[in-house]
Design a protein around this ligand. Structure first.
Ligand SMILES: Nc1ncnc2c1ncn2[C@@H]1O[C@H](COP(=O)(O)OP(=O)(O)OP(=O)(O)O)[C@@H](O)[C@H]1O
Ligand SMILES: [Mg+2]
Length: 365
């Protein structure tokens, strides 16, 4: 079901000398049947947001609506929300099967006519914990506990599924397999889900839209491609992408930009999109968009790594580091000079002071 957060804020210890403003004025609209990812660094307010939606934390300000109904004052059990917790929160005396089944028997846990045992086994098999259904949480590894907690949430027929770092403990191979299966299950059952993750690959792979948060503030909310190609600010631009976007100081000149790279390369940019001549800006280009071997810019190679399927080449340009990614090996020794270039269409320009995006390729931001 669709979820709408309006002006939601969370302040912990509001009357103390050190209130913590964990979430600030958050607006978020999750359409029915979508998976959205909350992505951001540690402490940015992801778990606080989920806990307010689930009802384990009061909202300090704002409203939360699920399927058109205000839920922010309802008790957690009455919200129709299933949550997989960051700390798993399994019931110690129950075995894995009972943990997953817990809540299914209760009203609202399963649609009428659904076979509880069958549902538990289906979800357990999907997450590869079928063989440990008779074990208690104390006898499980961290990754097994985490999957039991995820299974318990996914087994339920809730209006909304909240998944807080549901696969953070798993090794990359298993994680990659499970994220495909979990997404397929969510889509097949038509569930609406909010997934919290640190892992941008997971967010890109699973989410219809990604919400990037920083310091309790939503920075941008949109489909993965939009965040990649049209980041609203320098934070989003450099937070997403592996390796991150290169950022170089530049100055607006008549008809374009001058990169402060020691050589002063001029870039043609439509002047209408730029602040007045002389303004300081930041020029950005993604590592995958740099072509090596020839071009207008020249830098000194500081490392050249072949990762099995791609080369990461780091270069010093003035006092800045630039990273380029190539899909073949690059013949460039550390210490050698390397020419490189990029297309104007792949350039991004940001305001140096606010970080706000001014230009993406040839289009104003
Ligand atoms: N119960 C609490 N009392 C006081 N401060 C809290 C409480 N819970 C969280 N915080 C603070 O609120 C901020 C946001 O925390 P939150 O747990 O929402 O972050 P997060 O994005 O989930 O981080 P992580 O990725 O590390 O899980 C942090 O500064 C945290 O220290
Ligand atoms: Mg958290």
């Amino acid at each position: 079901m669709s979820l709408v957060l309006q002006h939601v804020s969370k302040t912990y210890n509001p009357r103390s000398a050190h209130p913590v403003r964990a979430v600030r004025d958050l607006d978020l609209d999750v359409p029915d049947g979508d998976i959205i990812a909350l992505l951001g660094s540690s402490g940015c307010g992801k778990t606080s947001t989920l806990r307010m939606v689930a009802g384990f934390e009061d909202v300090s300000e704002g409203t939360i609506t699920l399927a058109g109904k205000r839920i922010d004052r309802l008790a957690p059990a009455r919200r129709g929300v299933a949550m997989a917790f960051e700390g798993y929160a399994l019931y110690p005396p129950l075995n894995v099967e009972e943990n997953i089944g817990f809540g299914l028997a209760r009203e609202g846990g399963l649609r009428r006519g659904t076979d509880t045992r069958k549902r538990v086994h289906e979800v357990a098999d999907l997450l590869e914990i079928g063989p440990i259904l008779d074990r208690r949480p104390a006898g499980l590894s961290g990754g097994q506990q985490q999957r039991a907690s995820l299974a318990r949430a996914l087994a339920r027929d809730a209006d909304l599924h909240l998944l807080d770092e549901p696969m953070g403990q798993l090794e990359p191979q298993l994680r990659a397999v499970l994220r495909g299966r979990v997404k397929a299950l969510i889509k097949a059952r038509g569930l609406t889900a909010v997934l919290v993750t640190h892992d941008q690959t997971e967010a890109n792979a699973m989410a219809d839209r990604i919400a990037v948060m920083e310091g309790g503030v939503l920075q941008q909310y949109g489909p993965p491609g939009e965040l990649r190609d049209r980041p609203v600010n320098l934070f989003v631009a450099t937070f997403l992408g592996e390796p991150p976007m290169n950022a170089l100081p530049a100055t607006v000149q008549p008809g374009g930009l001058r990169l402060e790279d020691g050589e002063g390369v001029h870039l043609d940019v439509p002047p209408s999109a730029l602040p007045p001549v002389g303004s300081k800006v930041v020029f950005g280009v993604r590592p995958h968009r740099i072509t090596l071997g020839q071009g207008r810019l020249h830098a000194t190679v500081t490392s050249n790594q072949w990762l099995g399927d791609q080369a990461h080449v780091a270069m010093e340009l003035g006092d800045r580091l630039i990273v380029a990614v190539a899909h073949q090996r690059v013949a460039a020794a550390v210490g050698s000079r390397l020419d490189f270039d990029f297309r104007e269409a792949d350039a991004h320009v940001f305001d140096a002071e606010s970080g706000r995006a001014l230009l993406h390729g040839n289009q104003p931001a």
